[in-house]
Design a protein around this ligand. Sequence first.
Ligand SMILES: O=C(O)CCC(=O)C(=O)O
Ligand SMILES: [Fe+2]
Length: 246
Amino acid sequence: MDLSDLAQLSAAGHPLPGVAMAPPGDPSLHVPVPVPLPFPLGEEEASPRRSAAAHLRLVDALQQHHLADDLEPPSEFGERGWVAVRLGIGADVWRQVCDEGRRAYPHMRPGELVGGNGARANSGESPSGAARGDRFIFSHELDARTQSLFACFPGGGARYGPHFDGGGTDGRRMTAIAYANCGWRPEHGGALELLEEEAEGGECWRAIPPAADTLLLFRSDRMLHKVAPSHSTRFALTTFFYAHVL
Ligand SMILES: O=C(O)CCC(=O)C(=O)O
Ligand SMILES: [Fe+2]
């Protein structure tokens, strides 16, 4: 765990027009999460079951680290509502995850497309009913209180407008996203941006690049977030932790 990496991660935010930039995040808020994977992904055909198995290991590891206890965010979230950490998993593993993602892509469907006919379309509705979302997913049913997605933004400016993952009676409490993209560069865009309220009443979008080995946790029902236009194929393993049995 390299704290300077973490500080860089949290300092990568940018302000809304006309709004003062907040100081970089306090690295002490970042919780090291040593997740012992790896995902044993072989050369065989893609299969939703195999991807689900890989994803299940990630969720297991998170649960072993008590991040989902009582489905309340760990205290380290504090008032901030999010945390990003390096997992410490090697690039070879993340390359295998992306290889799996490319094999799985033909099986993915547009995420949360309202009224869709299943055709590939670059638009969708967010759970909050307000945002265009260009991601493709396939869902895994891992256990009774989580919903997990292997998610792909296929490049070409694919993005996701501002939305909450939960809210109201939705029941989602925490979103965990592990990014798998090796060699992600600033010109690829695709940052996950989280809206932070500042003490002085200002606002600041914090940008988290979707670089391999980044685990982002945030409060599903409280953190407004969006995905900036992505100019390269972008893979993530996303898990929503619910407050109730699904
Ligand atoms: O992939 C990401 O960074 C976040 C996508 C998102 O907001 C979602 O899946 O709800
Ligand atoms: Fe989201």
